[in-house]
Design a protein around this ligand. Sequence first.
Ligand code: NAD
Length: 443
Amino acid sequence: MRVSVFGAGYVGLVTAACFADVGNHVVCVDVDSEKITLLNQGIVPMHEPGMENLLVTNLNTGRLQFTTDPAVAVQHGEVLFIAVGTPPDEDGSADLQYVLQVAHVIGQLMTETKCVVNKSTVPVGTATAVKNTILRALNERGLDYPVDVVSNPEFLKEGAAIADFMRPDRIVLGTDSPEAIEVMRELYAPFNRNRDRLIVMSVASAELTKYAANAILATKISFMNEMANLADSVGADIEQVRLGIGSDPRIGFDFLYAGCGYGGSCFPKDVKALRHTFQAFGGEAKILQAVENVNQQQHHRLFDKIKKFYGEDLTGRCFALWGLAFKPNTDDMREAPSRTLLSLLWAAGARVQAYDPKAMSEARRIYGQRADFKLCDSPHAALDKADALIIMTEWKVFRSPDFSAIKNQLKQAVIFDGRNLYDPKRMKARGFRYFGIGRGESL
Ligand code: NAD
C-alpha cells in the first residue's frame, strides 16, 4: 500500500518505518527540515532502541522516504496518517493547532479521495474537526470528495516503540466506515497475525480509549506513590506490599512500582487534557485531580528527604545524580522528575554532577553551561567528592554498581534512590545510609 505519515517524531517515525518494513511504500513528512535531513542520511534524531537499523534498512530498499514537502506526501498516500504533536495548551487542554494545520494542508492538496487516519492523541471530537477542516479547504477549491477520518490512537512506549508497534496488544480503530475498516485491516494485517487484535469502535470511543489508558496507568503510579509515602510513615516496605497485592490476579504486578513520580511527554499532558475534557462537558475529574496532585508532590519527595537530612540550605553541597531521562531507554526529558529535582537543588544552593546513558545531549540542550551543573562521562565520574548519590532513572547500568567504589568516591556513604533499585537491608549491611521511596525510612 502507499502510505504517508505526517510527523517524524517518536510516533510518526516508528509508524512510517514499521509500515515500510513489511513492504508498504511510505513517505514521511515533517516541517522540521533539520530532522528530515538527518533522517535522509540514516541518522535518528532521538534515542530509540532498534530505530537506526530499521531506518537504514528501509531507506536502502527505497520503500521509505522523507520530505518536507506536504504535496509529495498527500499525492503519494492512499492512507494519510496524522502523527504530529498535541502539546498541552496553557489551560491544560490539548493544543490541536498542528493536527488541524495538517488537515488544512491535506484539504488544500488532495486531488482524489483519501483515507485520513489520526494517530495523534486527541480529545473526543477531533476526528470530526479534522474532517470539517479538510472539507472546508476542499470547498475553497470548489471540490467535494468524500473524506473518511479514522481514529487510530497509538499505544507504543518510548524505549520499546518498535516492538510495541510490531507486536501490538491491540489496534484500536474508531470509524463507522466499512471501507475504512477494510483498508486498515489490510494495512495492519502483518502486525495482526497470531490473533485478531483489531478492536473497531465508534470514533468518540477510540479517542477516549487512549486518554483512559494513559489515565489509568498514571493513576496506578500515583496510588502506589501515596501508599509508599504512608509506608515511610508507618515503617512498612512498599516493595513487600507490592508483592502482596500484585499476587492477586485482579490487581497484577505490572506498573505497581513506587518512585519519584511519572513524567514524559504523555502521562502529564494526557491526564491534564482529560481533566479539561471533563470540565468542557460540565463535569469534574476528581480522581484525575488527585492523581496529578500526588504526582506533583512526588516530584518533590526525594528533595524533601534530602532537606530533612542536610537542612534547608544546601550551599556548598554537591550531589551525584544518576539518570536524567524520564524513564530508561530514552533520551526524552520532557517533564522528567529529574528536572524538578535539579531546580530544587539549585535553588537551595547545591551543585550537581550528573550522568545519564543517553540523555546527556538533551540535558546540555536544555540547561546549557552552568557553574552548578556538570555532565560527567560515567556514573563513577559523577560520584567524585559528592556528598551523596541520587538516583532518578532506573537504567539497567545502575542496578548492580560497585558499591565499594561508590563508598570510596562519595564524601559520605549516602544514597537517595527515587527508583528503589537496591535492598535497604543489604545497603545497611554495606554501610550506607539508604533512602528509597516507601522503604520504611521515616526521613
Ligand atoms: P514529537 O513531538 O516527537 O513529534 C511530532 C512531530 O510533528 C515533530 O517532528 C514536528 O516537527 C512534527 N510536525 C508538527 N507540525 C507538523 C506539520 N504541520 N506537518 C508535518 N509535521 C509536523 O511527538 P510524538 O511523541 O511523536 O507524539 C505525536 C503524537 O502521538 C502526540 O499526540 C502524542 O501524544 C501521541 N503519542 C505519543 C507517544 C510517545 O510515547 N511519544 C505514544 C503514543 C501516542
